[in-house]
Ligand binder design. Structure first.
Ligand SMILES: Cc1cc2nc3c(=O)[nH]c(=O)nc-3n(C[C@H](O)[C@H](O)[C@H](O)COP(=O)(O)OP(=O)(O)OC[C@H]3O[C@@H](n4cnc5c(N)ncnc54)[C@H](O)[C@@H]3O)c2cc1C
Length: 395
């Protein structure tokens, strides 16, 4: 029960959560629900608001205005939790000390949930000659770009692996089809989807098959097993990893992902990402947990997996706080909603277990699942920020 931990000394337990994205918000919420004011949780993020990944597509395609999908951290008022808006500059996982622009913080337990940084400038020509739709700024800017697009050759492409939310490029191609159709521009346009994967969603044959059928029905050209390695803005061509050129009028790219520099410099990473115990989310440093996109835990980089990992990390931290052992283990399960266009959404359930082939099922697409997706977002905003969402009607 919140606020009733019997051991007085626990009031001194300091938990520092770095990153207030999907993972950081979930771990913080769970700790507050379990311990209330009996522990001191400091949550640090450089931004002043949270935006769901899927809201980027909603804004870009004109389904919501930007302000309707921003969730200010000032609304995050929870027992035992203090939010600090600041940039983390260094992390010492041995002594669990963190330097930020707002000063230094020392902790008994550290949670690193800093996500993946995005680097459009790492792909030659992308900044000069194309657009990316994975950052908040990039996706929101595309709203105006798309509104004035008069049709032509559209490429949706991935530029490197790993990349978060593997279904998002497929969703973008399908939503682009609707967008152009609604504006009477589809006949004079082409849509190509360039993906490094052999099928759209490898762990779910059913979802992959349904997507390939949807692409074929809509005339979306599917180019599996390759990346776009650069753009030549002067010639308006994308250069593919197989050496071929693909002409474009509008290029929408998934930029290069890397762990934040501050994480790379901390000594926490191996091969670019933070290795963790896949069952407990503990790093190799005692008292240091890590969840979400910044890890190499073996699941795709997606919010639903970050959230599941956060729940397990919160249980592990709770056990340390209470001096008991935790039996909760991460099961590698995640469920994501998949935009199919025409206001229909499918639900894909996938499980990634270490040493086993991933498995996945699909339900839908349907308008009922589109309503479920709205509820999914609303539930999280209610839990994390204590207010109702969504958002007012579209602009
Ligand atoms: C277009 C798109 C659609 C998506 N759709 C879905 C979907 O439908 N379902 C789904 O599950 N996932 C989806 N995702 C993926 C999802 O957004 C991410 O996988 C998820 O947010 C990862 O959670 P996280 O907590 O690991 O990291 P994030 O949510 O990225 O949070 C990391 C936080 O750390 C902060 N940070 C980073 N560096 C610093 C620093 N030095 N100092 C201070 N703060 C810092 C950042 O500001 C950020 O708030 C989508 C992503 C995109 C781009």
């Amino acid at each position: 029960m919140p606020g009733t931990t019997p051991l007085g000394y626990l009031a001194a337990m300091r938990i520092l959560v770095l990153g207030a994205g999907f993972g950081g918000l979930e771990v913080t919420t769970r700790l507050s629900e379990e311990f209330g004011d009996d522990v001191e949780v400091v949550l640090i993020d450089q931004n002043d608001d949270f935006v769901f990944g899927f809201s980027k597509l909603d804004v870009m395609f004109g389904r919501h205005i930007p302000s309707a999908v921003r969730h200010p951290y000032r609304d995050l008022v929870k027992p035992g939790v203090r939010f600090v808006q600041s940039t983390v500059r260094s992390i010492d996982p041995v002594v669990k000390r963190v330097d930020t622009d707002a000063g230094a913080f020392e902790a008994d337990i550290l949670v690193v949930a800093l996500g993946a940084d995005l680097h459009p400038d790492a792909t030659p020509g992308l900044v000069e000659g194309g657009h990316e739709f994975y950052t908040v700024a990039g996706a929101f800017a595309l709203r105006e770009v798309l509104a004035s697009f008069e049709g032509g050759r559209v490429i949706v492409a991935v530029t490197s692996v790993p990349f978060k939310c593997p279904p998002a490029p497929s969703e973008t191609a399908l939503l682009m089809h609707d967008f152009l159709t609604d504006r009477g521009l589809r006949e004079g346009s082409e849509i190509a989807l360039v993906m490094p994967l052999p099928v759209p969603i490898p762990p779910s044959p059913a979802a992959s098959k349904a997507l390939l059928v949807a692409f074929a029905e809509r005339g979306i050209d599917w180019h599996p097993g390759r990346l776009v390695s650069g753009l030549d803005p002067a010639r308006k061509v994308a250069v593919l990893s197989d050496g071929n050129d693909m002409p474009y009028d509008l290029f929408l790219g998934v930029p290069v992902h890397r762990a934040p520099v501050v994480v790379e410099q901390s000594g926490l990473t191996v091969d670019g990402w933070i290795p963790v115990n896949p069952l407990t989310l503990e790093t190799s440093f005692p008292g240091v947990f890590s969840v979400g996109d910044v890890t190499s835990v073996g699941t795709p980089k997606a919010g639903v997996f970050a959230e599941g990992q956060a729940a397990v990390a919160a249980d592990g931290i709770g056990a340390l706080v209470s001096g008991i052992s935790s039996s909760t283990q991460y099961d590698g399960h995640g469920m994501c909603y998949l935009e199919f266009g025409e206001d229909e959404v499918a639900r894909v359930d996938v499980t990634f277990r270490s040493g086993q082939n991933p498995t996945g099922d699909m339900e839908g697409p349907s308008s009922a699942l589109a309503a479920d997706k709205v509820k999914f977002g609303a539930d999280r905003i209610q839990r994390w920020f204590g207010r109702s969402w969504p958002a007012p009607p579209t602009a």
